[in-house]
Design a protein around this ligand. Structure first.
Ligand code: EPU
Length: 420
């Protein structure tokens, strides 16, 4: 079992390059099942979730080659219909994209109910609603989702809840369906636009991604090609908050500043300096700068991302005054608060709201990463804490951050991974 050992107190200084977006990669990789030809995907992050999806695609019969420069080549032509193996798909939430992709390609799919971070109930009723609007019958039995139809035909879907996963899954099922599909109340996250751009680059006809109405005209086939994934909004945001929390000065490169606006605007409201350039942002905060407490509400894009909530709460835990954080996407995303309290934070959680009284400093302690973004929050807490923090359950962090400790170390953090 690995742990991270962090001696806090060093301000982060220098430059960091952001990797490709996890939540785009985990959708674009399964999308290659729909393509008649070879796809070369560039800027794919080297993270456990990506390796797992590549293994799943291989187990289904696709040829998958990971190259040293971060590109992945996939040829799924020889694929024949198979159910996705539980021992692989059960390990990650995003394996639900196999349902849309398999349904689109074979008119049927059989995928074990996905695992992933425990953030409260994670229903997939909106995915099912979408598949059914395209003519598929879906059923969940013994932990497996079955979807099947003679032929997929475009249809109209109004999502009851803005869901990233349902929006992308319906897009995957609809690109090769006969006729037109309209998704209303669609999610607008950058990775939705990235998936649509990838599919369009391979010959699909998708309009409106990034707005709440997406229109898809079915095409008869997709062709191979080269596509580069967008940079990771949440990895960038994590480094922005870490730079501010450690009172450092960091140039965060390979980002799309527009995707970071909700995060930048909260940091600026607190008094942090954020400068935007074409494809980088610089975040700096002097040691003696008094920061302001704020209110944060997580919302679907372009609102403040739920996946930045733990990291932001850590910064607010050492910001004098009372801050309020309300979680509006997941039922249970404050599990990390108990760990943070063990480091001296003063936070009261009531339902989906956390009231944070800023303390002067946190103190090092052994803590657990309770999910992926909570793990990122614990790393930031450790970077600012007095003394030594040991972070356990790193498998969460490894699922979604490429070389996190190496990137922090290059910025001057005293951080080491130790195998026990
Ligand atoms: N929901 C339903 N029914 C559905 C689908 C969702 O009720 O059929 C509810 C969920 O329970 C949740 C809300 O709708 O309360 C939003 O869920 P959404 O479907 O948007 O989430 P997701 O697609 O399962 C993705 C990211 C998450 C991120 C959320 C919200 C991936 C693989 N995961 O999950 O990322 O928190 O969108 O932005 O893209 C992470 O990266 O750490 C992570 C958890």
């Amino acid at each position: 079992m690995d742990k991270l050992v962090i001696h806090g107190g060093n301000p982060l200084m220098g430059e960091v390059c952001i990797s490709g977006a996890k939540n785009a990669a985990v959708a674009v990789l399964p999308a290659t099942l729909l393509v008649d030809g070879t796809c070369r995907l560039e800027n794919i992050p080297k993270i456990k979730d990506v390796l797992l999806i590549c293994d799943i695609l291989r187990s289904l019969g696709a040829k998958v080659t990971l190259e040293d420069d971060g590109a992945v080549e996939i040829d799924a032509l020889a694929l024949t219909y198979k159910s996705a193996p539980y021992e692989l798909v059960g390990k990650m939430r995003a394996s639900y994209y196999l349902i849309g992709a398999m349904l689109g390609r074979f008119n049927k799919a059989e995928v074990a109910m996905p695992g992933g971070c425990d953030l409260g109930p994670r229903p997939i009723d909106q995915h099912q609603k979408g598949f059914e609007a395209l003519g598929a019958k879906t059923v969940v039995e013994n932990g497996v989702i079955y979807a099947e139809t003679e032929k997929l035909v475009g249809g109209n879907v109004y999502l009851d809840i803005v869901s990233v996963g349902a929006t992308m899954n319906i897009m995957l099922a609809a690109v090769l369906a006969q006729g037109n599909t309209v998704i209303e109340n669609a999610a607008k996250e950058p990775h939705i636009v990235d998936l649509a751009n990838f599919l369009n680059a391979m010959g699909a006809n998708i309009k409106g991604a990034g707005t709440d109405i997406i229109k898809i005209k079915g095409v008869s086939k997709l062709h191979g090609g080269v596509y580069s994934i967008i940079p990771d909004q949440i990895e960038a945001g994590t480094f922005m908050v870490a730079a501010a929390a450690t009172r450092g000065d960091v140039l965060i490169k390979n980002v799309i500043p527009k995707h970071l606006e909700s995060i930048s605007s909260k940091l600026i409201e607190m008094g942090v300096t954020v400068e935007e350039f074409d494809d980088s942002v610089r975040v700096s905060c002097g040691k003696d700068k008094k920061l302001n407490p704020i209110s944060v509400k997580t919302l679907p894009y372009p609102g403040f991302p739920t996946d930045m909530q733990p990291q932001m709460s850590v910064l607010l835990s050492v910001t004098k005054g009372t801050s309020m954080v309300s979680e509006n996407v997941w039922d249970s995303r404050f599990q990390y608060v108990d760990e943070l309290k063990r480091m001296g934070a003063d936070i009261k959680v009531e339902g989906r709201v956390a009231v944070i009284e800023g303390v002067d400093t946190l103190s090092g302690a052994p803590v657990r990463s309770t999910d992926l973004r909570a793990g990122a929050g614990m790393v930031i807490a450790a970077l600012i804490a007095k003394g030594t923090t040991e972070i356990y359950a790193l498998h969460h962090i490894d699922r979604g951050y490429e070389n996190m400790e190496g990137k922090f170390r290059a910025l001057g953090a005293d951080i080491e991974r130790v195998s026990e």
